[in-house]
Design a binder for this molecule. Structure first.
Ligand code: MEV
Length: 424
């Protein structure tokens, strides 16, 4: 059967009609419709933010409390569908917080943008290099606002790409608190005609790179083994610390493990990016390409044991914005930024680095000291209860019964639900 049931002109229908059609066609009852309900004010914003909007997807938003970062306490907002993410971050934050928390730092918010030119002769290449003053003058009006805020052009350079023969003209721009995609793409397009004139070549495209290798943030912690001991499920803290170090070395060695290790690092970072309406895809792409910069996918985190402490660290590109785009447009992302004390982009990136390290530490601690599934399935049981039909107070009650049975099947959830109905 052809799954396309929407009318061909769906995109062009008035927003309210699109929304109504969506709700009528794809929700089976009022219970479902009320979960998916999108108030008119939220729908108006959604329709401005994306093409062909039909509603909003109410992703859970939670707060992980108790992060100590450079000596200051922070509560971090996370928007995520996976049940263990906030729990794991909070668990790690409390263990590391009791030992002084995270030390963080971050680099300047620099973004690269490119004009890729084809058919440039060696003489054209030299003429382009000799014309940088004119290119800079051409960029001045485009970047004037950014320069007033302390950002602006930091350098121009060019290089030849041997496989395609293309010449890349690179603009490095300090975008301050913005994600920066619009301004750096605009800048590249603004210099394109002059770059073509100077080089005698023809532009193939103008586009930023999300790699952001300078826009990195670092976080580290030092956890005395005596502080780790209570969380080792009865195993010696020295052995658990050694196994965490080995687990990170494994991720560094085996790309198959690195994928999942780094996915866990990004669990919290992507959730923070969602909560603040940052560009999660750009942040993920940069992190994974940074992890693979040696030509092999490696770990984003590193651990060692020294002086009776477990030392953990992370260093990765984090192009978080605190202004522009949807970040300061949507009231929920604005509230999330307010929760964190309205950080600038560098501070937010540093908080994200601490969060990524916390998430990874929680995962490794669980993995090397008995496994993660026990904890995950306990969290999963509430969903099973909901699927089985439980609502309100019954949901938690049913989830507890499933956890007590150690049976996390839908069948068990239905049985327990029927028993509850019988008791009522
Ligand atoms: C699950 O979302 C994340 C983990 O798989 C990360 C890891 O394996 O390190 C637990």
């Amino acid at each position: 059967m052809n799954p396309a049931v929407l009318p061909a002109n769906f995109r062009k229908l008035p927003p309210e009609e699109r929304k109504l059609l969506w709700e009528q066609l794809f929700f089976v009852n009022d219970d479902e419709r009320s979960v998916a309900a999108c108030p008119p004010s939220a729908f108006e914003l959604a329709d401005l933010m994306v093409e062909s909007a039909v509603g909003t997807l109410p992703l859970p938003l939670g707060i992980v409390s108790g992060f100590i970062v450079n000596g200051e306490p922070y509560d971090l907002p996370l928007a995520v569908e996976e049940p263990s993410v906030i729990a794991a971050a909070g668990y790690a934050a409390s263990i590391i917080g009791k030992a002084g928390g995270f030390q963080v730092s971050s680099g300047e918010p620099l973004l690269h943008s490119y004009v890729y030119l084809e058919a440039v002769s060696p003489a054209g290449e030299a003429a382009l290099a000799a014309g940088y003053d004119r290119l800079i003058a051409c960029l001045d009006p485009v970047l004037a606002g950014l320069s007033r805020r302390g950002g602006g052009l930091r350098h121009l350079r060019q290089y030849r790409l041997p496989e395609t023969g293309l010449l890349a003209l690179e603009l490095l721009i300090d975008v301050r608190d913005a994600m920066g995609a619009n301004i750096v793409n605009t800048a590249a397009e603004a210099v394109r005609p002059l770059a073509e004139e100077l080089s005698g070549g023809r532009s193939l495209m103008c586009i930023l790179s999300n790699a952001s290798p300078e826009r990195r943030a670092q976080a580290a912690f030092c956890l005395p083994l005596k502080n780790l001991a209570p969380y080792c499920r009865g195993l010696p803290a020295e052995d658990i610390a050694r196994r965490i170090v080995l687990a990170a070395a494994l991720a560094d060695e085996d790309p198959a493990r690195a994928v999942t290790h780094n996915k866990g690092v990004m669990n919290g970072i992507a959730a923070l990016a969602q909560a603040t309406m940052n560009d999660t895809r750009a942040i993920e792409a940069a992190a994974h390409s940074w992890a693979a910069r040696s030509g092999r996918l490696r770990s984003l985190t590193a651990y060692r044991v020294a002086d009776d402490c477990l030392h953990g660290s992370i260093d990765l590109p984090l192009a978080f914005a605190t202004v522009g785009g949807s970040v300061d447009l949507h009231p929920v992302s604005r509230a999330c930024l307010a929760l964190m004390g309205k950080p600038d982009s560098m501070k937010l990136a540093a908080l994200a680095a601490a969060l990524g390290l916390a998430q990874n530490f929680a995962a490794l601690l669980a993995l090397v000291s008995g496994g993660i599934q026990g904890g995950h399935m306990r969290l999963h049981s509430a969903r099973l209860a909901y699927r089985a039909g439980a609502r309100g107070a019954q949901t938690r009650l049913l989830a507890d019964r499933l956890a007590a049975r150690h049976d996390f099947s839908l069948q068990a959830a239905r049985e327990e639900y029927n028993k509850l109905q019988g008791d009522a």
